[in-house]
Design a binder for this molecule. Structure first.
Ligand SMILES: Cc1cc2nc3c(=O)[nH]c(=O)nc-3n(C[C@H](O)[C@H](O)[C@H](O)COP(=O)(O)OP(=O)(O)OC[C@H]3O[C@@H](n4cnc5c(N)ncnc54)[C@H](O)[C@@H]3O)c2cc1C
Length: 671
């Protein structure tokens, strides 16, 4: 099928079906998509490095020279990170915090004294005014000691109140709240509800406008991290309905809610397999009166605000992931060298070598992606929505693999707790706790599935911007105009995808890296064609082929990371440092193998069989009972982060805590 037949086919099918308004979707599904569509940022700040890859344009100039942290900013980061590292060594006992499931009062106070609840808040509001890069570095330092404490800081600053206020707060809101975080006020973000997880369209929490301009808030929020001790919570609530295309959908607004007001209750403190000390709760708001000026970013802008916040907010998790992987890489090499079985060091057995290579190159790749995003955020000139989402997805998935590989390399000691290892005088590398703590990252701030959907939508936009009327409900005239536009664009675009990659010079790159850049370029073109052909052939049905789309997104992400790894390695070489070249080469080589496998799987897979089997399994399964929170009575002793942070409250009030909370530390247990 040539490009013109494809366009004719597209036009014909688009008359009956549309991708944004798919007739296969039920009412709820269509409403969810409409809400997501209406909250996405339509315009792009600039050309996107990642989106270009899905269009067959592998533009290494957007990554090379690699944007390492600027010297002056690095100096600031080095100093503060050294100070925090020292403090963590003396005060942050990750094992103890995990065991007691509680962050002690002295830790809250210490964090607040160092300004760690106001890291990115501008100095004019008493914050530390640090860059995104230094924020990510600080969280990474803390995470090396205690996942719960890092998650607490991250929930407050990545999704909690400071960032939305900074981005979209009114001058009055900024003046009122931002300085409070320097005093140790703690914030949280409440979107999730019992029936609202990945899909906010069905939000039940509701704020009703009163005659005097105030609001009355009712509803419940589940799994609100920091919610149990928060002084303020950013609460997403329905404020009415609005039109999204032809549909009536929920209008969602973001409210800043002070938790010392009547009507706020903590129903339950949730317990988890990892990051056990986070103050995460099920919260209830009953007829809670909110002042007229408590909306952040304007009425109905809640989800847009959440997405804008997450552009930067999503970056702390990938940074923590990269740092954890680096720790595992360093430790694994030590272990592989120290442990011998069957007459050889375990790292010398080929199985061990493979594990070491995967762990350390994975850490290098994660670092490249995370640092690239940090730089994009600090420079602020390049659209980074896809890179941030890819970093969240890629680094958390890879972290899990790295954890599993490290644990396996460590053998039985990987499964043993650090406390037990220490008690019998072994080096207490906390692999067991690390693995438990790492698991949540694939779920919060957008599950991996949702990141795939998000990235698919943004990747599609390269085509959508030209052919949108063909994929949505539009008039015949609009569709014909789109066909005309496409007829001009696509023949040349298609031809470009066949330009051989060996013609690209990639000047400035070491020949060993050049080879892989050409490989990435070739695969980017293959990907773009495969994506376009599937779009054209499946039309709106492609939206339901999630496994195909996952592969497309994963291939694009791998190619993007290849570019960043090569750019990072080359920039290091330019500074006379060749120490990471082997690591980069291994990563680049293994990435091409993974990409080729996924490209093959686009054509040969078991997706259809999976769907058939799942349908049968669900037909046969019994439904779970309905969930209700009606009979849950609040029983949590109320504590405020601000009081813990300013030293007014010096002991935790854990009624359910039988163990005392020690402040002691030991190097191995803390690490
Ligand atoms: C420790 C912890 C801390 C949290 N902190 C916060 C917080 O501070 N604030 C807050 O608001 N929330 C918080 N959450 C909630 C978290 O963001 C949600 O768990 C997450 O968004 C997923 O929602 P869910 O668990 O309801 O899963 P669901 O949305 O029910 O999804 C279940 C599964 O289905 C998949 N799925 C869902 N939709 C689709 C789709 N369209 N296509 C394909 N697959 C799909 C998901 O990926 C997942 O695998 C926290 C959760 C935990 C466990």
């Amino acid at each position: 099928m040539n490009i013109h037949s494809l366009l004719i086919y597209l036009y014909k099918t688009s008359k009956e079906r549309s991708m944004i308004e798919n007739k296969n979707w039920n009412k709820e599904e269509a409403a969810s998509i409409a809400v997501a569509e209406s909250s996405r940022e339509e315009s792009w700040l600039s050309k996107s490095y990642m989106q270009s890859i899905f269009m067959g344009d592998f533009d290494i100039t957007m990554a090379y020279p690699f944007p390492f942290q600027k010297e002056d900013d690095k100096k600031i980061g080095d100093e503060i990170c050294a100070k925090i590292d020292q403090w963590c060594q003396e005060n942050l006992n990750g094992e103890e915090i995990d065991r007691t499931e509680t962050i002690p009062a002295h830790v809250w106070k210490g964090l607040a004294e160092m300004g760690l609840f106001a890291i990115k808040i501008p100095k004019e509001y008493d914050g530390l005014g640090l860059s995104q890069t230094n924020y990510m570095r600080i969280l990474s330092v803390v995470a090396r000691y205690c996942g719960s404490t890092a998650a607490t800081l991250s929930a407050h600053q990545s999704i909690g109140a400071p960032q939305p206020l900074k981005l979209m707060g009114t001058p009055e809101q900024k003046k009122k709240y931002l300085p409070k975080f320097r005093e140790g006020w703690i914030s949280a973000f409440g979107l999730t509800e019992l029936n609202v997880g990945s899909d906010p369209a069905n939000l039940q929490t509701e704020a009703v406008l009163n005659d005097d301009g105030t609001w009355t808030l009712n509803g419940e929020k589940l799994w609100c991290t920091n919610g149990v001790v928060a002084d303020v919570i950013v609460v997403m609530a329905k404020t009415g309905t609005k039109k999204a295309g032809s549909r009536e959908v929920s209008e969602i607004s973001a409210f800043i809610v002070e938790t010392n007001q009547p009507g706020f209750e903590i129903l339950h403190r949730c317990r988890f397999m990892g990051i056990k000390a986070i103050e995460n709760g099920l919260l209830r708001f009953t007829n809670m009166k909110l002042p007229a000026d408590s909306i952040i970013g304007g009425r109905g802008k809640g989800l847009k605000l959440a997405l804008a916040t997450l552009n930067d907010g999503r970056l702390s998790i990938p940074a923590i992931a990269a740092s954890s992987a680096e720790e595992m890489a360093t430790f694994s090499a030590r272990w592989a060298k120290s442990r011998a079985q069957w007459g050889k060091k375990i790292g010398v057995h080929e199985n061990g070598s493979d594990k070491l290579a995967r762990i350390s190159s994975g850490a290098y790749a994660m670092r490249a992606l995370s640092d690239y995003c940090a730089a994009l955020s600090d420079i602020g000139k390049q659209d980074m929505r896809m890179e941030a989402a890819a970093a969240k997805m890629f680094n958390t998935e890879l972290l899990w693999e790295v954890c599993d590989t490290t644990l396996q390399l460590r053998g039985g000691r990987g499964y043993e707790t650090a406390a037990s290892l220490e008690e019998r005088n072994e080096f207490a590398f906390p692999m067991e706790r690390g693995m438990r703590d790492a698991r949540i990252n694939r779920i919060v701030e957008g599950t991996t599935d949702i990141m795939h959907l998000f990235l698919t939508r943004e990747a599609l936009d390269g085509h959508m911007s030209k052919a949108k009327p063909l994929f949505s409900r539009s008039t015949t005239q609009e569709k014909l105009a789109a066909v005309g536009k496409c007829a001009l664009f696509y023949p040349f675009w298609t031809l470009k995808q066949f330009v051989p990659s060996f013609l690209r010079s990639f000047s400035g790159f070491d020949p060993k890296l050049k080879k892989y850049l050409r490989a990435a370029d070739r695969r980017s073109k293959k990907l773009a064609l495969a994506f376009f052909i599937r779009m054209a052939l499946n039309g709106p049905g492609l939206a339901d082929k999630q496994l195909t789309l996952n592969r497309i997104v994963d291939i694009g992400t791998e190619i993007a990371v290849m570019g960043l790894v090569a750019a990072r390695a080359q920039t290091e070489i330019d500074g006379n440092d060749r120490s990471n070249l082997k690591t980069a080469i291994y990563w680049l080589h293994s990435a091409t193998v993974r990409i080729d496998k996924m490209l093959k799987e686009l054509n040969k897979n078991s997706d259809k069989e999976a769907v058939q089997l799942a349908t049968q399994l669900m037909d046969e399964a019994e439904l779970l009972p309905e969930v209700t929170t009606e009979n849950i009575q609040p029983h949590i002793q109320r504590e405020f982060g601000s009081e813990l942070c300013n030293g007014k409250q010096t002991e935790r009030l854990r009624a359910d805590q039988s163990t005392s909370i020690k402040t002691g530390n030991s190097e191995a247990a803390a690490k």
